[in-house]
Design a binder for this molecule. Structure first.
Ligand SMILES: [Mn+2]
Length: 687
């Protein structure tokens, strides 16, 4: 991996390392715009799906939305149910409990046929339901499959299949199940002429997308960035109650807060076989009921945590009996199947070994596996398939079932497979986005870096390496002195006057070792510390070593394995990037006058449509936003398009729905805005 040239700015370096090379890519990434959402009709079968749905609406046909018990499946089910019922469809929902098995089952298809349900839509499942699709067909039930899982060898024969993994025409293969459901809703809203009602579902889409741990890049990043903002003013009583329960209502939460507080509560229901509770929460419009459901989910989550802790302790005890194996394979008769996957992840964190946990029930056993970097879980299981009755998954995680008698065979097979693996496979690697220095780690940098959020899968929060840091003093923190605060300075001269503080959580016991080393290399994240009215840079220690044992190298992002060819890398000098920036400027010639003219044109259009009754309706929905009117806008020249995205960033224009044509909400009589508040503008214009 190419190192950063001394003095080169950090943000562009990290951006390039994460694959956002051109200024246009960088802007799209740093200032995600809802106008960049893809046209939902890029899905090959979207027309067919929407056509079939509208037919059902005209005929007053009953539609069954069939979901899945995890947070992605539950949010997808809720999103589709809320949107379709709002728009006059007749909808019932079904989510199988985890114990009933994953995906569309034949029984459900038969029951639907008996109850005169003419159409089933699956969300977050169905791409492998080949037999069930054939059954539906034979019973005269139409099936629309929306899914994001990898397909099997054959695709189901259905009225429409929406899956970015099987649909080469769709540009974002990483959508979550709820993301695919959102695209369907976006398309239906367009066809019904109610595109303005799409925005209200962004927050539910963001919740499921974060929960499903799909890469937060491309369209997912747009959905999550704006969905998090939408959460602050969500119109859904259940989501509001959930956020309130987590203590993060009425403000824009961080993706991490959703991932660690809100999503686990939704997931807990599915894990504890009460997934109906999570669905009821998202569907209710009654505030008191929503708050009661949210409290109940907190209880489910606490009980899930307790179960997880019990299993974890038993797993540790089993492991303590012998030498740590290369592949951890543990089984027990009373482990709750819905929770063993999380425990497997904990074991991977602790031991850095592939971990397989198995729950035995009578003559059946079901397992859940988690891997480490450089290890392919699904391939490993495929090699042991003679011992398995079923299995499926991907690189990092998998599920499987087998006869209890075969557990020992599986264990030895998996371990034999790793017998020749290099031992450094089992040493956790510390990822560092860039080496930097303490003097560079100032507020300006930390504020710049905040543009990289939302963080999550595919877009980790940046981590920096610091070499030769002198520790001047240490101080224990926390009730039991479990944390540590270091006062440090740069270089070897202890007389340097500028010192900085490093906070090390749960490393109180390393105080002596750090003091003994004196001169250390460290890996840290940078955050803003708020203290009263003061903001300062907080350096959060992630790892350290005495400088003599330094072992970190820059390996920004997750791009280590897929390095750009050398020629391209060599061309990426700052000068060339600036050149490309100049070129973009010339093309767009974004200036104040131009942006003002585009705003005026939008305003004109708004005036033309202002009297329309439908707009008054949409206006009420924007109750807690400034007054304004929705307009429909299409086929923009690229320069004009940039201008609208700048207006969007400034809060003068909101996306409500659609994708060319877009339905936009124009704020009337806005306060004067400073153009430089638009990041897009400052990057793309002469400033
Ligand atoms: Mn999913």
């Amino acid at each position: 991996m190419r190192s950063r040239e001394p003095g080169a700015p950090l943000l562009p370096f990290i951006l390039k390392a994460r694959g956002h090379v051109s200024p246009a890519e960088a802007v799209a990434y740093l200032s995600p715009s809802l106008l960049d959402l893809h046209d939902p009709f890029l899905f090959r079968d979207m027309r067919a799906a929407v056509g079939r749905l509208l037919l059902a609406r005209r005929q007053g046909e009953k539609i069954l939305v069939h979901g899945d018990y995890d947070a992605d499946g539950v949010t997808a089910t809720a999103l589709l149910y809320l949107a379709l019922t709002r728009w006059g469809f007749s909808v019932i929902v079904h989510i199988p409990e985890r114990s009933a098995g994953y995906g569309l089952q034949a029984d459900v298809v038969r029951q639907a046929a008996e109850k005169d349900t003419g159409l089933i839509i699956t969300v977050d499942c169905g791409v492998k339901a080949v037999e069930e699709a054939a059954l539906a067909k034979s019973l005269g039930v139409d099936l629309i499959v929306t899914d994001h899982h990898e397909p099997g060898e054959t695709l189901p024969e259905v009225a429409a299949l929406l899956n970015p993994k099987t649909d080469g025409g769709y540009p974002c293969a990483d959508l979550a199940g709820v993301g695919v459901a959102f695209k369907l809703v976006q398309a239906v809203a367009h066809e019904l002429g109610v595109a303005a009602e799409t925005r209200r579902f962004l927050d539910i889409a963001a919740l499921g997308t974060i929960a499903d741990v799909v890469p937060l890049t491309g369209e997912n990043r747009i959905i999550v960035t704006h969905g998090l903002r939408q959460m602050a003013r969500t119109v859904h009583a259940g989501l509001r109650a959930l956020l309130k329960e987590c203590g993060i209502a009425d403000k824009t939460p961080q993706a991490g807060q959703i991932a660690f507080m809100a999503a686990p509560r939704i997931n807990a229901a599915g894990r504890m076989d009460t997934c109906r509770l999570a669905l009821n929460l998202l569907l209710t419009e009654d505030v008191a009921e929503a708050e009661a459901f949210a409290r109940e989910l907190t209880q489910e989550n606490l009980s899930r945590q307790k179960t997880e802790q019990d299993i974890l302790e038993e797993a540790h005890a089993q492991l303590a009996e012998g030498e740590l194996p290369r592949a951890i394979v543990l089984a027990s008769p009373h482990w709750k199947h819905g929770v063993i996957g999380i425990v497997a992840s904990r074991l991977v964190e602790r031991y850095h070994r592939p971990s397989y946990l198995i729950s035995v029930e009578g003559d059946k056993a079901k397992g859940s596996a988690r891997g480490i970097e450089g290890y392919h879980v699904l391939e490993a299981l495929t090699q042991q398939q003679e011992w398995l009755t079923a299995f499926g998954g991907h690189v990092h995680a998998a599920g499987f079932s087998l006869k209890p008698d075969n557990i020992d065979h599986l264990r030895s097979g998996l371990n034999e497979n790793l017998a020749d693996a290099p031992s450094d496979l089992f040493v956790p690697r510390v990822r560092v986005d860039a080496m930097t220095s303490l003097s560079e780690a100032d507020m300006a940098l930390v504020r710049d870096l905040a543009r990289l959020a939302p963080y999550g899968a595919g877009n980790p929060s940046p981590v920096f390496g610091f070499r030769r840091v002198r520790v001047l003093s240490t101080q224990r923190m926390g009730k039991e002195g479990q944390h540590l605060k270091l006062r440090v300075t740069e270089g070897e001269q202890a007389h340097k006057t500028t010192t900085q503080e490093v906070v090390a959580f749960n490393r109180g016991e390393e105080e002596e070792a750090i003091c003994t080393a004196g001169l250390i290399d460290l890996v840290a994240a940078l955050e803003i510390n708020h203290y009263r009215d003061l903001e300062s840079v907080q350096i959060l220690l992630r790892d350290w070593a005495p400088t003599q044992e330094a072992r970190w190298i820059e390996s920004p992002g997750e791009t280590v394995a897929q390095e750009t060819e050398p020629a391209a890398v060599a061309a990426e000098t700052t000068a060339e990037a600036t050149g490309a920036l100049e070129a973009t400027k010339e093309k767009t010639s974004l200036d104040r006058e131009h942006i003002a003219a585009v705003y005026k044109a939008l305003q004109q259009r708004a005036n033309e449509h202002a009297a329309h009754a439908a707009h008054k309706q949409a206006n009420r929905e924007q109750a807690n936003k400034p007054a304004g009117v929705p307009i429909i806008w299409e086929n923009a020249a690229s320069m004009e398009f940039e201008c609208v995205k700048i207006l969007e960033e400034l809060g003068l224009v909101y996306w409500l729905g659609g994708a060319n044509p877009w339905t936009l909400f124009l704020v009337s009589n806005p306060k004067k805005r400073d153009l430089t508040a638009s990041f897009r503008y400052t990057i793309l214009s002469d400033g």
